[in-house]
Every structure is written in structure tokens, then in C-alpha cells.
Design a protein around this ligand. Sequence first.
Ligand code: ADP
Ligand code: MG
Length: 720
Amino acid sequence: MAHLRFNALDIVSKRTTDRIEAPSNKISDYFAQDVFTLDQMKATLAPDVFKKVSSAIDKGKKIDMETADQIASAVKAWAITKGVTHYTHWFQPLTGSTAEKHDSFFNAQKGIEVFAGSMLVQQEPDASSFPNGGLRTTFEARGYTAWDPSSPMFIFGRTLCIPTIFVAYTGEALDHKAPLLKAVEAVDQAATKVVQLFDRNVNRVNASLGCEQEYFVVDKALFNARPDLLMSGRTLFGHNPARGQQLDDHYFGSIPSRIYNYMKDFEIECLKLGIPISTRHNEVAPSQFEAAPLFEDINVATDHNSLMMDVMRRVAARHDLEVLFHEKPFAGLNGSGKHNNWSLITNTGVNLFQPSNSARENLLFLVFLVNTIKAVAENGDLLRASIASASNDHRLGANEAPPAVMSVFIGSQLTAVLDELEEKGNIKIDKGDNMYMKLGIDKIPQIILDNTDRNRTSPFAFTGNKFEFRAVGSDQNVAQPMSILNLIMAEQLNEFHKEVKAEMQKGTDKKIAIVNILRKYIKDSKKVRFEGDGYSADWEKEAEKRGLPNVKNTPRALESFVSEKSKKLFAKHNVMTPEELEARNEIYLENYIMKIQIESRLMGDIALNQIIPTAVKYQNTLAQNAKNLSALKLDNSEILKNIELISGYTKDLRSMVHEMIEKRKELNQIDDTTLRAAKYCDEVKETYFDKIRYAADKLELYVDDELWPLPKYRELLFLR
Ligand code: ADP
Ligand code: MG
């Protein structure tokens, strides 16, 4: 096996990289060239058909079959001119990646290319192998995919991809997108009602999202020589390299040329697909990078993030690289997240999180700011659940990770504004008074954007004109956290609206009513605001005093997902039924168990098949050496000590692996998924993983480098 490592090192040392040329110096020449955009529709559809489509997209309305037929025919003609032969409904099942099943346009019976509206609108993938949490077996229903016209069709390779949702025939959602669309609708309705207290012209509020995607890149040959990376996406073993990220020299440093070419290549592909990718830079850890497109409508941004990850994987192969989206591929180094920049924007173009020069608009801004804080304060547990996964647990509440407490950072300027509002709120305001001035909210510095105290340790931070949900995992589909964020915001805004209306009915002036309710909210939600170092141990203690939940692992986090409170909330806003939540919970728990089980098995395999035999081999060499020394009557005590050390760690490793296997067998007998997941967490992962790793990593340190079978951290991280 050792030769695999050296073979890989040899390959890496001979790698070359090709300069990537963009199709044109002007991105606008090729941006969205593979997308059936609105412009494209306008150019190819009859004017009355186009009008129907665009208004349906705008208002989220259904498209009738006749119109669908015309669109299908137009998109087919467009796609065929671009060399496309197949089409697929493209969707995001609960497995965590994207799914597609390609069908040919060619109809052998008719001898021509056919694409009817019915094929565009609905498809029935043989979906029995997608996770459904028991939904389809219980209801004996099949699943189908349904076209989502609000996200444009695109060409990937030679296939026309049609973004769809995936649902059971009985209506239950089987994917990530269906609940998101509903949550977005809920927040639209609630936010519009609230904005209309200020401006009657607004009739729609759109949620926007910009994802900053972090990732690691390693050479393909080295990756292939690490069974753990290959099968679980992270290194389960690996002694800390002498140099990690302690020099802080990677962040924003110059990008290595091979990676640069890779980035440029996938960016071009993304741009052709209409993904407005705009930012690239190194991240904190060696071999860690970030890519971020400009924000878009949340629905499109979600599709684009999944698509971008897919493109990044495929393009990496062209460069003999492997991209790692796992949240913690390397122990001892920074993990990867996906900052979800989120805002609410009216159809009149006002970003509701944008402080302004006008006092009136600032009251509206404060309404949205304070309601968001309140929503997080009331539903921190649900937000935590929304980002729970076996891999993201490494970034939340683990050894090297910040505590899994959901808190909100708003910066010192806004803190001062809220403090003042809280204090001064009860001053009397007479007719003719400038209420805004009296309350100190007449001028909020508009450019909070540039504020210096950007806090990188907060899981949920206000960054000038948007909130940034940073605890989202790099490998996650963002639909789930975004569904939950928009859902809790919808609930909060409805509540606020109701309270304002009730006050107004009692005869209170609207503005006064709003301010009074905000004051109450500021007080009630103060506990969730935290401006300090979110990574510190002090914060963990402080958070506990404040009564904030700090849930360290997925099985426990998911309890909030299926709590009575959560079920009521989801049902009230028509986002998911209790049955859908239960099914999803089941899927997530099973997924958690499988992930831990796979890692545990891999640890066993690698320890028994690779590490222990290597250690034994080296031990024999040492034993021979000890014998030789003793034959020469020379002191061999040092060697003997070494042998003892190695044999000690080898013994530990072997016995712990066997114990862990027995434990797994025992736990696999447990029927109850919730209990099995909790036990896999406590009795497999928490009990054995670190200890087994410790012994293996010690052996890596003591065993002759020439025998060691697994590419080492320094090789994975610094060679490219
Ligand atoms: P930083 O790393 O400083 O947080 P970046 O520029 O890397 O900032 O990423 C910021 C992300 O936030 C980008 O995707 C950007 O388009 C997005 N963004 C900017 N303004 C908004 C907004 N109003 N709503 C949602 N996302 C936004
Ligand atoms: Mg950011």
C-alpha cells in the first residue's frame, strides 16, 4: 500500500497546469449563454405567450398546459441549436446533492425530436431509492417532479436541465426546494403586510441570498491514496503537520497557479450558467479557498449554489484536483462554512435592512432589524436544527469549534441605537414633536457597511445591509436553513403586525405603537445579542447563564425540529406538515447514523489493514536492530523503549477498534432511530474516535516515513 502514497507524490511532483483563457475578455459576452433566460424567452416566444409566462413567474402563478407546450417547443429549438440531445428534470433530493435522469428528445416512433409541455411540466423519476423517511411506503405513493418556472432552465453538458421540485403523489415534499418555496411565500406575505404600515405601494417582498462558499482543494492522486478522504470526505487520521495555519500567511495571499487556473475554469463554467460568481480568495487554512456569487432571489441563489458545487466538483477532475466541501476535512485547521447573506427587498427596490438618511425609513429599518433579532431569540433552537449534520457538528460545539450557541451580532453603532431606543422609548411625544429626533433614531449612520468591528466569530451577524447566517455548513444544501430562517421571520412579522394593529385599534398613534412594541422586543430579545468573541469559553458560560440553548450534536439538535412548537409553526405557515417533518427527521437521523457508521468502519479498516501492519513491520525492523546491538554487546535500551512505545499504541489501536466494532453491532439492534442516533453519537463517535485517532497519529509520528502508507497532512495541504 505504501507505494500508493509514493506513487501519488511522484505524480504530484510532475503535474503541470494549463493557463485558462476566458471565451472573451468581457464576461457579458458569455454570461448566461447556457440559460433559457427571460430575454431568451422573449426572443423566441409569441408576445402574448411571453407575457403570460413572465407574469406567472413574477407572481408565482401556475402556467397552463397550452403555454407550457409553447415554452417546451421554444426551449427545445433553442437547446438543439446548442447541441443538446437530452433533457432532465433537475432537483435536490434529501440525499444532499442534485439528481437528474436524462431522457432523449429523440422519439424513435415518430422519428423526430419531441419535447411537449407535459414533459416540461412533470416527470416521474423512478425515485424509489431516494430517501423519503417512510413517507412513500406509508402512503404507497409515487413521487413526481414538477417544474419550478421561477428558476430558469439551463444547459449542462449536452443536457437541458429543468429545475423542479420533488413531491410524493400525496403531496408531501421529498426534496429541499418545495418547503423553501413555501417559506419564501410566507415571509413575502408577512413582510409585505408590515411594510404596508409604511408604504402602501409595496405589494411584494423578496428574500435574497448570497452564499460565500468555502472549500479545500487537494491533489487527486493524494486524495485517492487516502481511503478516509475518498469515502467520508474527511481525514480520520493524520498527525498535525509542523506548519499548519499558525503563520496566517495563506489568507488573502496570492493564489497558487494551479488552483488559480482551476478557479478561473470553474468560474467561466458558472458564468455561462448564469451564476454571477464575483469573488475568489484564499481562506485561513492552507489549501482553503472561497468563492462567492452576487446575491440573487433566494430560490435562484439556492439552485445556483447546488449547481456551483456540482460544477466545482466536475471541473476539479479536469485539473486532477479534488474539491472538499466537508466542514472539517482536517483536524487542527479551520473548518469550512457557507455564509448565507440574507436580506428582504421590496418590489419597489428597497432593501429592508438598509439604514438610510431618512428618519421614516429608519423606523422601517429598525422594525426589520429588531424583528429579526427577536425571531432568532425565540427560535435559536430551530436555527441550530436547520444546520445540523454529522459533518457540521465539527464546526459547532466540538473540541476545536465555537460553542453551538445561536447569537446575534449587530455592531457597536446599532447596539447604541437600540440601547437608546430602549431607554428613551417612554418619553412623551406631543403633537408637532419630531418623534424620531426625540428617540434618537433620526440619523443612523448610513454606512454601517464599513463599520470596523466586523465580528467574524458570530454565527448570525448583521453586516451593514444584510444578515449573515454563518453557521451554515459548507457541504449543506442552503434550502433548509433558509426555509427555517424565512419561516421564523414570517411568524415574527405576523406577530408584530398583529400587535401593532391591536394597539392602533385602541387609538394609539401608529408610529408610537410601533416604537413601543419595538422597545418591548428589544428588551425581550436582549439575551441573544452578543458582541464579544463567540469562540471563547467565557461566552459558553455566559450563554448558559442567559439561558441560551447550546446543543452540541445533531441527534439532540434535531429534537427541536420535531418539537410540538416546531410542528405548529411549520403547519401554520403551510411550509411542512407534521408528517413531513417527522419523515425528514427520520432521514436526517438515518443519515447521521450512516455517516458515523461509515467513519467508524473506515477507521477500523485503515487501522487494521494499513496502520497496524505498517507499525508491526517497523517494529520488526527495530527488533532486529535491538538483537544486532545486543549481539555486539551494545546498549539497545533506546530501541527497546521505542519498540515498547510502538507496541503500546498498536495494542491500544487494535483493542479499541475491536471494542468499537462490538459496540456498533450492539447499537445496530436498536429499532428507535432517535435513540440509535444518540447512542452512535455518544457511544461510538464520542467514546472512540478521538482515542483511536490519537494512537494512530502517534504511530505516524514514530514509524519510519518510508513505510507510512497514507499521504501526510503536509503533503495533502502543501503540495499542489
Ligand atoms: P464578506 O466576505 O465581507 O462578508 P463577500 O463580498 O465575500 O463579503 O460576500 C458577501 C455576499 O453577500 C455576496 O454574495 C454578496 O452578493 C452578498 N450580499 C451583498 N448584499 C446583499 C444583500 N442585500 N442581500 C443578500 N446578500 C447580499
Ligand atoms: Mg462574510
